[in-house]
Design a protein around this ligand. Structure first.
Ligand SMILES: O=C(O)[C@H](O)CO
Length: 728
């Protein structure tokens, strides 16, 4: 039976029993535990190192957590007592059998920095609780060794100093740091000591960046390919590895032998990293070789002979010995235990310790650093800063993606896409509407001119119609070619656009159009579906002004109240009836040949235009039959009806050739009673006909076919004047 261990108890009625084998710096760690219903027992034994029996006695029969050097025996004892948490008050945990702890389901905490946790390198300047303090000591030992401070101190105490000498204790060294997370921070401290005037400092990139960021000239640095290279070249070597089987006796007899005879070796990591016995021998035969040691192979003991060597500086494992660091370590150790007892998740970024160390705010409800968290499958928790960072990256990513796509840049493939900015589209639409209104005004004026044009012979009109038909055919051919080219482009994926068009931007989109907006939407949808891969390519053809706007264009003109979907062909004015040879800007919907609804448009136009014989309609009709017409039976019926009417109109009126007349007397010109106010306008026509009639009479011949009566359009009445009027 082990003798009783002296303890002090905090919060005796606490639900959870937490034992500390040492009195740790500060009181915050105690408060954090007691606030969470923990009874805290602190060993007050004068012994620095407790025996296994002592610890077993401390554990007792019920213990929830504890801090001290630990092995299988202790972990099994802790397990038996119901304990699930252990924490080292140290970053290093070579004193802990982590596998045994894991076997007994006990979480092992440490006090970061922890270079071997995945998140350790998350932030460049993340320092943990020990880093800077350790760096300070490494730098101090380097400087002390380099400047022979301890020797100089002893020299003075021995009364040997009798005046200044030119070569007393001078030195010029290169610094090298081997395998450490703390390099940049060690160097940070070195800059604090203004060691950057040394000719060749071997430094990490991060330090150079740090200096530059602070407006300083980066010191030169280089990265050695092998450790041997470092050892051969360096004047000062500071060791900061963890201790495991790969770093045990890292510095041995052979490696010592390749180092410069006046090199400096510093060790603030773990004693067994250096073969201390070999070191003692090396120091003896190389009096200018110096060491600064914070840790020892048989700590707390020194290898025989070391204590007598003047070229060795030895300090009692004080690398972490600053108030802030040591109190911070105590806090982190306590929070590891508390977090496990409470079932908190594990902090995902253990080197980020500030949230735990801020005395003015409660620490996060997490375990700061559990080294066997993965093995125990403990859940992780990111700190708010990391979450914020991740969220921001996501938001920025989305924004960037949106920005790229809005600017026609495919962020995945890098391919360019046509622009789709709705702003641009709106502007275009506004322009289009203005243009359309202007056209309508012009047309209205042109229709007034129309009566003047009646002097055109039927032949000429037919010629013009044919010409227009040719133009239309040419246009259709070109439009087809363009559509083909566009299809190719679409196929190539170079110009694809992955959204529905905002509207169809041609005259049909006029605000004056009574076209039902839902129909417009339907049309959009239809066309979208027609697109094999769902992409839409928009190219707009420039509107070309007509030279003579009075004549019907070969392209359909959309009437205001046309209930049908917009024509697929754009308005093309006559000035340049051919489509532009340059790449036109036609919207994708504009690429189809005219469809049935265009016929309606044509017909409606024809019904206004006396010169419009209907032939064009007849000729266009077969094409339209073949055209893709997705609007259902009723519309086809209607079209057929219109076709029929058109045909009758043509047969009865347009193409009607009356039999030769024996004109005894004609009162054909005397139609004023019929047209009333249009008398003045029509009088010219009447007179003309009359003159011809009279001429015929005088020649006694039949009326030439060109003078055969025709239906005429009376624009003021919006109706036709038939060749023969039967008064009633
Ligand atoms: O590992 C550590 O944390 C240090 O060696 C303690 O000072």
């Amino acid at each position: 039976m082990a003798k009783p261990i002296s303890i002090e108890v905090w919060n005796p009625s606490g639900k959870y029993r937490v034992v500390s084998t040492k009195s740790m710096p500060g009181t915050r760690w105690i408060r954090l535990l007691t606030d969470q219903d923990c009874r805290v027992e602190i060993c007050t034994e004068k012994k620095t190192i407790l025996s296994v029996e002592d610890i077993l006695a401390l554990i007792g029969e019920k213990c929830d957590g504890l801090t001290e050097d630990w092995s299988e025996v202790l972990f099994s004892a802790l397990k038996r007592a119901g304990g699930t948490a252990f924490s080292n008050m140290a970053v290093g945990y070579n004193n802990v059998d982590v596998d045994a702890a894991t076997k007994y389901g006990v979480a092992v905490g440490n006090t970061p920095p922890n270079p071997f946790l995945e998140s350790a390198n998350f932030r460049l300047l993340q320092v943990g609780v020990l880093t800077e303090t350790t760096a300070e000591l490494a730098a101090s030992l380097s400087l002390a060794a380099a400047r022979r401070i301890v020797e100089a101190d002893q020299f003075m105490r021995a009364g040997l100093y009798d005046g200044w000498l030119p070569h007393l204790y001078d030195l010029n060294h290169t610094l090298v740091f081997y395998e450490c997370q703390m390099v940049s921070l060690v160097q940070h401290r070195l800059i604090f000591f203004e060691w950057n005037d040394y000719p060749e400092l071997v430094l990490p990139i991060a330090y150079g960046q740090f200096l530059q960021a602070n407006g300083e000239q980066p010191v030169t640095w280089k990265r050695a390919a092998t450790m041997e290279d470092v050892l051969r070249e360096a004047d000062v070597i500071s060791l900061h590895p963890i201790l495991d089987k790969t770093t045990y006796h890292l510095i041995n007899k052979e490696r010592l032998s390749i180092m410069k005879k006046d090199a400096i070796l510093v060790n603030c990591s773990r004693g067994p990293v250096v073969d201390e016995a070999a070191l003692v021998e090396h120091l003896k035969v190389n009096p200018m070789f110096r060491v600064g040691l914070d840790v020892f192979e048989d700590e707390p003991y020194l290898k025989p002979g070391l204590a007598e060597l003047k070229n060795a500086i030895v300090v009692p494992h004080i690398a972490s010995a600053s108030k802030w660091t040591r109190e911070g370590m105590a806090t982190l150790a306590a929070l590891n235990v508390l977090g496990k007892i409470k079932g908190y998740p594990v902090w995902a970024d253990p080197n980020l310790v500030e949230p735990f160390l801020d005395e003015n705010s409660p620490p996060p409800a997490v375990c700061p650093s559990i080294v066997n968290a993965k093995q125990l499958v403990l859940s992780q928790k990111m700190d708010a800063l990391i979450v914020f960072y991740v969220v921001m990256m996501f938001v920025l990513g989305s924004f960037l993606s949106h920005f790229l796509s809005c600017n026609g840049i495919d962020d995945c493939s890098g391919a360019l896409r046509y622009q789709t900015e709705s702003e641009k589209a709106k502007k275009e639409r506004r322009k289009e509407k203005k243009r359309e209104k202007k056209e309508k005004r012009e047309k209205a004026g042109q229709e007034h001119e129309e009566s003047k044009r009646s002097k055109h012979s039927h032949k000429k009109r037919k010629y013009e119609e044919r010409k227009q038909l040719n133009q239309k055919d040419t246009y259709n051919a070109k439009a087809k070619a363009i559509a083909g080219a566009v299809e190719q482009l679409e196929g190539s994926g170079l110009t694809e656009e992955h959204e529905q068009p905002y509207s169809i931007q041609n005259v049909c989109d006029s605000s004056e159009s009574s076209q039902d907006s839902s129909k417009r939407r339907k049309l959009v949808a239809t066309n979208v579906n027609q697109n094999s891969h769902g992409s839409i390519l928009r190219i707009r053809l420039p509107l070309v002004k007509q030279k003579d706007a009075t004549l019907p264009t070969s392209m359909p003109i959309v009437k205001e109240k046309d209930p049908m979907p917009p024509a697929s062909m754009p308005v093309l004015k006559q000035k340049d009836p051919e489509p532009s040879a340059t790449m036109p800007t036609v919207k994708q919907k504009d690429l189809k040949p005219p469809t049935r609804n265009q016929t309606d448009l044509d017909l409606s136009r024809a019904s206004e235009e006396p010169c419009f014989s209907g032939r064009r309609v007849t000729e266009t009709a077969p094409k339209m039959e073949a055209a893709d017409f997705p609007y259902g039976k009723s519309t086809s019926k209607r079209s057929r009806r219109i076709d029929e009417m058109e045909r009758q109109f043509r047969e009865l009126i347009v193409d009607w050739n009356p039999p030769p007349l024996q004109l005894e007397y004609s009162d054909i010109g005397n139609q004023d009673w019929l047209v009333g106010s249009s008398k003045r306008r029509s009088s010219h026509n009447s007179n003309m006909v009359k003159a011809h009639t009279e001429g015929s009479l005088s020649h006694g011949s039949s009326v030439p076919s060109s003078l055969q009566p025709q239906a005429r359009y009376l624009p003021d009445f919006g109706t036709y004047q038939l060749p023969y009027v039967i008064p009633y």
